[in-house]
Design a protein around this ligand. Structure first.
Ligand code: CP
Length: 316
């Protein structure tokens, strides 16, 4: 564990969230990620950027995209990667989160990528370890690399993140993806519309500078981007929505609703998708869908984040 208080809240050492991140920092991360996206396509990523560095993926919640892409990102830049299997670790014998982190820290880890169901866990760990901590999704709080990859995908297609209208639809209340995207998009000068039933889109979100719609057809009218979200039942204490069929009828994205948006509006989804519940299969697989490109940009964005966070560290 570090004894230095200078490490606390050091935003150049950790990536804990996008709230308060200045626009020029977001832009420079996206520019670097764009560079990595191009290098990835020509299999030309520089393998010496993270040579001698160690990255540990510490995921207390399930993941397909985030965990795999951090592993790929690290490997493409030459890092040594360990994927901790929490279900087979000493956490099961009662070891605390902080003792687990201290143990990994003592192994001279450079980068700790953390996903946890409790909001604030990565921030807590960042105060206690020498490694750079990256938030890979904490409770309802933030999922910063997801919003960065969403931003890069939008910028590649529409050329800008300024003056766009982006609709984020569905289970906003339980979504760390929505929160990080709201911070990124409003910081970059776009307008965000949140669409969903009052149970899933509380009025309190207005404080974040967004517009709220409780009618899907009205909310998607004329938007440049539609971002659909999954119902996060694992974070709901009570049933907040009617049946899946009824949910799709009122809040699902089908072709008719997509046609209300701007011509060629982008369709996005952070995944995992529940086809037929929040999004019609034919829309998810349509020419307007950039869902697979979001996944591709995920590797590039995570390469940029790993690169930037290790620049100020001592040489290994
Ligand atoms: N979007 C996202 O975080 O996906 P995973 O849960 O598969 O990592």
């Amino acid at each position: 564990m570090t004894s230095s208080s200078s490490h606390k809240h050091d935003t150049t050492r950790h990536l804990l969230g996008l709230e308060g991140m200045p626009p020029d920092r977001i832009t420079s991360l996206l520019d670097l990620a764009e560079n990595y996206a191009q290098l990835n396509r020509s299999c030309a990523a520089p393998r010496d950027v993270l040579r001698g560095r160690t990255l540990i993926n510490l995921f207390f919640e399930d993941s397909t995209r985030t965990r795999t892409s951090f592993e790929l990102a690290g490997k493409r830049l030459g890092a040594d990667i360990v994927n901790m299997s929490v279900s087979q670790s000493s956490v099961n014998k009662g070891e605390t989160l902080l003792d687990t982190a201290a143990t990994l820290n003592a192994m001279r880890t450079d980068l700790l990528v953390v996903r946890h169901s409790q909001s604030g866990t990565p921030t807590l760990l960042a105060r206690k370890v020498d490694a750079s901590v990256i938030n890979a999704g904490d409770g309802l709080h933030e999922h910063p690399t997801q919003a960065l990859l969403d931003g890069l995908t939008i910028r590649r297609h529409l050329g800008t993140l300024e003056s766009l209208t982006v609709a984020i639809c569905g289970d906003i209340a339980h979504s760390r993806v929505a929160r990080s995207n709201i911070h990124l998009l409003t910081t970059m000068g776009s307008t965000v519309r949140l669409i969903g039933p009052p149970t899933l889109v509380p009025k309190t979100f207005k404080q974040l500078g967004v517009n709220i719609y409780h009618h899907m057809d009205e909310g998607v009218k004329g938007v440049d981007v539609i971002m659909m979200l999954r119902l996060q039942r694992e974070r709901m204490s009570t049933g907040l929505v009617p049946s899946a069929r009824e949910y799709f009828r009122f809040w699902g994205l089908d072709r008719k609703r997509l046609n209300l948006a701007r011509k060629n509006a982008l369709v996005m989804h952070p995944g995992p998708m529940n086809r037929g519940i929040e999004i019609e299969s034919s829309v998810a697989d349509s020419d307007q869908s950039v869902i697979q490109q979001q996944v591709e940009m995920g590797v590039a964005v995570r390469m940029a984040v790993l690169d930037v966070l290790t620049r100020n560290k001592d040489t290994p």
